[in-house]
Design a protein around this ligand. Sequence first.
Ligand code: NAP
Length: 259
Amino acid sequence: MDLGIAGKRALVCASSKGLGLGCAQVLANAGVNLILNARGADALAVEAEHIRTTCGVDVETVCADITSREGQYRVNVVAAGIDILVTNAGGPPAGIWSDWSREDFESAINANMLTPIAMMQAHLPSMIERKWGRVVNITSQSVKAPIPSLGLSNTARTGLTGFVAGVSRQVAPDGVIINNLLPGIHATERSHYLDGAAAKMEGLTIEAIKLRRESSIPARRYGTTGEFGAICAFLCSEHAGFIVGQNILVDGGGVNVTL
Ligand code: NAP
């Protein structure tokens, strides 16, 4: 399917690895020019060059912490006038309710709620002016089915979801489409970290935890970054103009809900 977005320009935040990189790769396959971002310079440079040579699109990189105001400013200078914004950042640490201090909550809320809100506030005005824009926020299945050990994530992402519910309907009349994409378990460094944290907490091997988590998913496997990226790219496409303010699970059936 032609996504109808070749030649457009996208910023994908936190995109040198994992889900962000998966989104960037599929957008590039659709002919979208990219701005990639991460804190670490090495993986960012390697992946940017790989995408340039395999897809033939322009790829700019901004090495910055997207959760800091200074990082957002530097990214936004390069990304001025983008057509597509994919917000993303690292997830907060796992634990139990009594572990988390006020500072931990502030950090999670900054990374997974205030940062995507700030990025939308920075780029929505020019999208509205040009009467076309697409925003996909990478959130989590924990929005639909809270994960007890990820209380920091549950808290921050629920706030973002509430904000998006309103703003997506306010900007849709101007051709700007915002949706949230909710990953279930995908094979990335983050899921490997979470498997490791569970293994430590329960005194089991990481392989045992992974097998148990895989068998809890009706698809009986972790998702791939490629299939996640493909759905993100569709939501950024010309064809997604009538999908507004949705929270779309990509989880192999892991969350047992109908709505
Ligand atoms: P990942 O494999 O750990 O990759 C994270 C990417 O984001 C890396 O490129 C990392 O590069 C970059 N990054 C992290 N913090 C950043 C920051 N402050 N500023 C700029 N770049 C940053 O993680 P993932 O699995 O793709 O997860 C992405 C998001 O989806 C996370 O919020 C995670 O909680 C959520 N999620 C993931 C899963 C899953 O199963 N994978 C499930 C539900 C939700 P640098 O470290 O070099 O900055």
